[in-house]
Design a protein around this ligand. Structure first.
Ligand SMILES: [Zn+2]
Ligand SMILES: [Zn+2]
Length: 379
């Protein structure tokens, strides 16, 4: 069964329907009265999910109004899930090597001090975005954090979600397990405000590029067309002969061409404005789901050293994906490497968040000074 067919079959069964698969890629549904009403279905209905429909079947696809019908049926269910999995948690064989690969610091050193089994809580958020200009793109953006240290788990997220599916959830974590606390709303909001625009821009990059190309092409076409008109009008003016006494007829022609030139310039400006509106981009983002994944990890504990300063840190190695998480950029929470360490507070930040101020050129740490540059008080 395709994933949508599978999902609809399971959901309808849960809602009390009797569901039978039929060919090609369809379901036959005997629906109870409540479901008939909420999904606007007859008692006995046939649904089709593939390119070819079974006889008398309604089409259910991501583009059909079935998405709204199913959302209405689900209401708020499926928006939030806590998944607690107890998996084998063997210690990695060479944690030094793992750290060497996983933590790249440009201006500081570190020392690994130990590895301990621990439990953690990952927060995995899913958003739906839609970008609209002359065309439309939509999609799903997923991002995950380790609540123990705000590390981002981009590189293991897909793997982690796939492997965790095999495990049933425990009702509660085992007794005596210490979990990192849930974050305050404000902390999460700040992180999302900084990281989501970066991530959406990245995900939509091919779409932006295509749009810029179309816009450039249209602008050039507009320019060429109006430039030809303008040249034509100028030629006619030139043909009237500069410096010579003009006849009355020629004077009328001269005025006509001058008015024409002005009209061409006005029309060109108006058309450029129209294009600007046509290609203005609006992106909307909507939260759809949160998964709180609670599971054991191996916690690498170390010390970052920069000049005379030292700062302890932890990074978790995940036993299911056998990967180390990415040290967070404590300003932008970007997925990109590497990291630098600031002098003031030994923050871990990306080079962009530790770069020069666009006004005065002095490099500063955005985690220390999120509002503006400490030297010139701008930006
Ligand atoms: Zn500055
Ligand atoms: Zn800092």
């Amino acid at each position: 069964m395709n994933p949508l067919q599978q999902f609809v079959a399971e959901l309808l069964e849960q809602e009390g329907a009797v569901v039978e698969p039929i060919e090609p890629e369809g379901l036959e549904v005997l629906a109870p009265a409540s479901l008939q009403q909420s999904l606007r279905l007859p008692e006995l209905a046939r649904l089709g999910f593939g390119a070819e429909l079974p006889a008398d079947a309604q089409r259910v696809s991501l583009e059909s109004d079935w998405m709204e019908r199913l959302a209405g049926l689900l209401e708020e269910r499926g928006r939030w899930l806590e998944w607690i999995v107890a998996v084998d948690n063997p210690a990695p064989s060479s944690p030094e090597r793992i750290l060497q690969h996983g933590l790249e610091l440009l201006n500081a050193t570190y020392r690994l001090q130990g590895v301990e089994p621990a439990w953690t809580r990952y927060l995995i958020l899913r958003f739906r975005y839609a970008a609209v200009s002359d065309e439309k793109r939509d999609g799903i953006l997923e991002l995950g954090f380790n609540l123990a240290n705000a590390a981002t788990i981009d590189e293991m997220l897909a793997d982690l979600l796939n492997s965790v599916e095999e495990f049933g959830s425990l009702p509660t974590p085992p007794a005596g397990v210490a979990l990192p606390p849930l974050w305050e709303r404000r902390r999460l909001d700040t992180i999302l405000e900084r990281t989501l625009p970066l991530r959406i821009r990245h995900q939509l990059e091919p779409f932006f590029k295509g749009m810029y190309r179309r816009q450039e092409r249209d602008l050039k076409r507009l320019y060429d067309y109006h430039n030809d008109l303008r040249r034509e009008a100028l030629e006619r003016l030139g043909n009237l002969g500069a410096g010579r006494e003009l006849s009355d007829r020629q004077k009328v022609e001269q005025e006509r061409q001058q008015l024409r030139l002005e009209a061409i310039a006005r029309e060109y400006q108006a058309k450029v404005n129209d294009l600007r509106q046509k290609y203005a981009m609006k992106v909307t983002l909507e939260w759809i789901q949160t998964l709180e994944l609670v599971m054991p990890v191996q916690r690498l504990e170390g010390l970052i050293k920069r000049r005379k300063g030292e700062r302890p840190f932890t990074l978790d190695w995940n036993p299911l994906t056998r990967k180390l998480e990415q040290a967070p950029c404590e300003y932008s929470y970007t997925w990109e490497r590497p990291r630098e360490v600031c002098d003031e507070a030994l923050h871990l930040v990306s080079p962009a968040a530790h770069g020069p101020c666009p006004s005065c050129g002095k490099a500063y740490c955005r985690a220390c000074h999120p509002q503006k540059c400490p030297r010139c008080q701008r930006c």
